[in-house]
Design a protein around this ligand. Structure first.
Ligand code: OOG
Ligand code: NI
Length: 461
């Protein structure tokens, strides 16, 4: 099995496993599929502007959380086997009002062909154990000792991962073994949880408890992609599923979809075995895992992203102190005021990423192509295709984390935070954390490099 086949198989098996563990996820997938079919029926080819219906229907992202740099490094090896590389750095420690002691990256394929085959991605968070704003010396020492004593991924799984990464494929039998072990590593464990230890971490942050309070890891959610997230939100609510208050990210508006919009249903109470200090085991329940859904738009350039971030600040300012449901209207107004209403203008103003392609049936009247990109587009020599945003948004990520916590936890804002950045994550994984903008720029530039040759008249070499 080639890497992309391993990746697709892993995503598929993870989806079946998660559907067994969290039945509401299956509802979410079903409703997403229905919405996608309806959108395809209503909009036809336009519905596939940002990805074929085949890709969109199969598309998932997962979220996992680990405790130590060593564990993160192992995660890098497992996803490396699946042709997924760390992209982007998200520091969630300061973005939310609840305590979120994590920094994150996302593992995903980076080549266009690989993304088209299967775009599976996993948002991966690392607990910031050494950040004194969350953990004092005593708790840090206990946490470090606890994490040092657990093994998330066994040696056989890691050896198979290394082989798949080096050879870019695995023979069938090894592939089967690898997939089985990899999926099992992300199942919810039935092992009893030390109740007092979990509670001690929960006082700092429920996320810290979920990561460092148990001896294994698990998938936190698995997210399908939907073509109309507002419609999905309505249908889920109509089915009686309790959704979080809002759709995170850009508002619904009449212009082009950009970046990413996400929403989720609230974390469900799942039965978990708890061990009391006297050794007795009782059945308790923890609310940790939830269901999330997303709609993807066009990737923004650095300029486009800077504008987006300024608009977000403007929306905050204008909706401060007003009821939550006003925010959507304010955001729509701000978007309409400042963002171009068409894809064409988004490209012309250098705000969105596109690839450029020679038009095959352009008028063969012998005229020479103009030299300028805008003129080539205007005169119909070239067409621009949007590049889909393949990454995440720190504020939405924090919003998703936060809206599923019932307690804010505690953070000592007056203490100096410890430095975690992309370079540090790259160093601990011994894998470079790629900059998403650079990846999109390369994709655009590769398409531009092909233009001169494609526009050369027949017979001239
Ligand atoms: C990750 C939350 C962020 C997203 O899609 O932005 C996230 C987590 O809960 O572990 O999944
Ligand atoms: Ni997510």
């Amino acid at each position: 099995m080639e890497q992309w086949q391993l990746r697709a198989a892993f995503a598929g098996r993870l989806s079946r496993m998660y559907g067994r563990e969290v039945p509401a996820y299956t509802t979410l997938v079903d409703v997403s599929r229905e919405v996608n079919e309806d959108v395809l029926g209503a909009r036809g080819a336009a519905a596939e502007r940002l990805g074929s219906i085949g890709r969109v229907t199969a598309e998932r992202h997962g979220a996992i959380r680990v405790g130590t740099p060593g564990e993160l490094r192992q995660v890098g090896r497992i996803f490396g086997a699946l042709g997924m590389r760390p992209v982007g750095f998200y520091d969630l420690r300061d973005t939310a009002t609840s305590a979120l002691p994590v920094v994150s990256t996302a593992f995903r394929p980076v080549d266009e062909d690989e993304l088209a085959r299967n775009p599976f991605r996993v948002f991966t968070s690392l607990l910031t154990v050494s950040d004194p704003r969350f953990f004092d010396a005593d708790l840090r020492a206990r946490l470090t000792a606890f994490l040092a004593g657990r093994e998330l991924f066994g040696p056989e799984l890691l050896a198979l991962a290394d082989r798949a990464e080096a050879e870019r494929e695995l023979p069938d039998a090894e592939a089967e073994r690898f997939l089985g072990l990899a999926v099992a590593a992300f199942e919810l464990s039935a092992e009893p949880i030390d109740r007092d230890w979990y509670a001690a971490l929960e006082r700092v942050s429920a996320v810290a408890a979920d990561i460092g309070g148990v001896r294994s890891t698990h998938l936190n959610h698995l997210t399908p992609r939907v073509l109309d997230i507002d419609e999905l939100y309505r249908r889920m609510t109509a089915r009686g599923v309790e959704m979080i208050d809002t759709i995170q990210g850009p508002p619904r508006w009449t212009g082009p979809d950009v970046l990413l919009r996400q929403t989720s249903f609230r974390a469900l109470a799942e039965p978990r075995a708890l061990r009391a200090p006297d050794g007795s085991v009782t059945r308790g329940a923890l609310r940790v895992r939830f269901g999330e859904v997303e709609a993807r738009g066009i990737a923004l350039t650095r300029e486009g992203r800077a504008l987006h971030d300024r608009l977000l600040a403007l929306v905050d300012e204008r909706s401060a102190g007003r009821p939550a449901d006003v925010r959507g209207d304010v955001a729509r107004a701000v978007w309409s005021e400042h963002l171009p209403p068409t894809e064409h203008e988004l490209a012309a103003r250098g705000l969105g990423f596109f690839t450029y392609h020679a038009v095959a049936d352009r008028p063969a009247d012998g005229s020479r192509p103009p030299a300028d990109l805008d003129d080539l587009l205007a005169a119909g020599w070239l067409r621009a295709e949007p590049i889909v945003y393949e990454d995440f948004l720190p504020r939405s990520a924090a919003g998703i984390f936060q809206s599923n916590l019932s307690d804010t936890g505690s953070r000592h804002g007056d203490r100096e935070g410890s430095a975690y950045d992309a370079d540090r994550l790259s160093a601990v994984m011994d894998r470079e954390v790629a900059d998403p903008f650079t990846l999109y720029e390369r994709q655009r530039d590769r398409s531009l490099d092909r233009i001169p040759r494609a526009l050369r008249p027949e017979g001239v070499s």
